[in-house]
Design a protein around this ligand. Structure first.
Ligand code: ADP
Ligand code: MG
Length: 327
């Protein structure tokens, strides 16, 4: 079994490519990094714990993609350009086949997400724990925040919602017969290899009044944005963007519930003033990504869900909360 430094050299160094303001990357006591001139650093950290955030049986290559997808999604939500990654990893043992697959996923995912691995920490411990810290940059005062939504703004989401929750269900409790093979593959991919929408985040600078990424479920995350902005919202359930794969898997009712409360879609939810709404359809075309208006920002607080002319739901269902706290 390789030792700590051999593990770092063999399995992590390959993802430590040079460039993008890296004066000194992995290998010294610190990395030396130079953010683009005049820009603010955006920093976010995420941890995945075996048995809590991922099943022990997950393919390590997928795990690397999920780790990067979740972390870089936070940069996307702020309109930050991804730059650098530091990775703290705890493993019970230096299992070479596991590390090799993880390393492959790490290299591919860092390239896809445009981050360079610049350092980290490698330790042994009772179970696998992975912490990714990502750094991005955004011109001063151009970051998208949760706090800028105004009554009358339109609420949009990217892509489709609920797919990731369906992918998880396929892994854990749905029968193998649920959906066709290609639908299953699509939904699993959405869960295992989320694509952070950083290009959308960059394009929304100067257009969106507020933004958040959907990691805990639309209702929970939209509520965070609304609370920060001191406003409420009306959302039409008929307008939730649902993939055909999700709709064909089970009932429309379940698909809508997963779209509202299932986590880890890593799509962006953002608000724009009505004057800017035409820009959103052009953007959708340019990025080849669906951007769907699902409702409006209102005065007051909380989310009112409507279906036709009826109020469907007016409380705030909770997304995932590690300590099970009340929201
Ligand atoms: P130190 O003892 O100074 O903390 P380490 O011996 O932990 O340094 O790490 C040696 C070098 O390898 C450092 O540059 C560190 O950033 C890098 N490194 C360690 N683990 C990882 C990892 N999992 N991913 C990327 N770089 C790592
Ligand atoms: Mg160390």
């Amino acid at each position: 079994m390789p030792g700590e430094f051999e593990v770092i050299r063999r399995y992590f160094e390959p993802a430590a490519e040079s460039g993008r303001g890296v004066q000194l990357g992995l290998g010294d006591d610190c990395a030396l990094l130079e953010p683009p001139e005049g820009e603010t650093l955006a920093v976010s950290i995420d941890t995945l714990v075996e048995g809590v955030h991922f099943l022990p049986s997950i393919d390590p290559e997928d795990l690397a993609w999920r780790l990067l997808g979740a972390s870089v999604s936070d940069l996307a939500a702020m309109g930050a350009q991804p730059l650098w990654l530091t990775l703290a990893i705890t493993l019970p043992e230096a299992d070479e086949s596991w590390l090799e697959a993880f390393s492959r996923g790490l290299l591919a995912a860092t390239r896809a997400c445009q981050v360079r691995l610049v350092g980290g920490d490698t330790t042994s411990g009772p179970c696998r724990i992975l912490t990714a810290q990502v750094h991005g940059s955004v011109p001063v005062d151009q970051a998208l925040r949760r706090s800028g939504a105004n009554p009358g703004d339109l609420i949009f989401v990217s892509g489709t919602l609920g797919d990731s929750r369906a992918g998880l269900a396929l892994l854990t409790d749905l029968p193998d017969s649920a959906g066709s093979l290609s639908e299953q593959a699509y939904l699993l991919q959405r869960f295992l290899r989320p694509e952070p929408r950083f290009e959308l985040g960059l394009a929304l600078r100067g257009i969106a009044t507020a933004a958040i990424d959907i990691s805990d479920g639309l209702l929970a995350d939209l509520s965070h944005l609304l609370n920060r902005s001191s406003v409420g919202a009306r959302v039409r359930v008929e307008d939730l963007p649902l993939s055909t794969a999700l709709l064909e898997l089970d009932s429309q009712q379940l698909a809508r519930e997963w779209a509202l409360s299932g986590g880890e879609d890593f799509e962006l939810c953002f608000t724009v003033s009505p004057q800017n709404s035409a820009k959103i359809s052009k953007l959708a075309e340019r990025l080849n990504l669906s951007l769907t208006q699902i409702g409006e920002v209102t005065r007051g607080q909380g989310v009112q869900l409507t279906s036709g002319n009826e109020v469907w739901h007016s409380k705030t269902p909770a997304g995932f909360d590690h300590f099970g706290g009340d929201r």
